[in-house]
Write a protein that binds this ligand. Sequence first.
Ligand code: SF4
Ligand code: FES
Length: 248
Amino acid sequence: MNLQLKIWRQQNAGSKGKMVDYSISGVESDMSFLEMLDVLNESLINKGEEPIAFDHDCREGICGSCSLMINGEPHGPDRLITACQLHMRKFKDGDTIVIEPFRAKAFPVIKDLIIDRTAFDRIHQAGGYISVNTSGNTVDANAIPIDKHKADEAMDAATCIGCGACVAACKNASAMLFTSAKVAQFALLPQGRVEATERVQNMVRQMDLEGFGNCTNTGACEVECPKGISLENIARMNREYLMATSKG
Ligand code: SF4
Ligand code: FES
């Protein structure tokens, strides 16, 4: 395939970025989207030009670092996959592909397609843990019976990889889907109930401090989430927050 690429280039956080046009040929349909960018970067390096900076680590849908806006969609046109799992067979010869970083005030661009998602780390740090004594007193997992549905829902919430697609998809740049998944994975389990009140208040406070917008129930986040995190988690977080704040 021969493709036309329009890619966001930005030298650093302080500089003004712009879209730059590139042509690429010989793209195989079995290549992943990131492999296609690798090929482009090799050709740029061979020409003495600066390669395009983009984030990646696992390249198998686990780490959440490959945050790319592809033709206006976080992680591109496929569903329930990350940009690194997207394959070029989704495109056809002669296509133009627009590639940008995720856009949100709380996710400033570091360089080209790489954004700073440490705001998510700080939300996680505000409550994404349980305080347990692990110094030789660990209780066998089966000692606390847990309802199967609750365990499944907690596990589903825990599959959030912190990629930020929910924020990028939302017209308000809301981080409610991410934060609610992090709240839910603890709130649904007995071990997480001990600190549930402080957890939801601290995580929501941090989310607001970071400058994310509010949820207006458009559901774009759920549609674009590569892990299928359900909007039900947002409703659960709102209930948790209401209960926590009414306790005073
Ligand atoms: S909720 Fe989904 S889209 Fe948002 S950070 Fe988690 S995995 Fe990514
Ligand atoms: S590179 Fe890890 S999820 Fe894409």
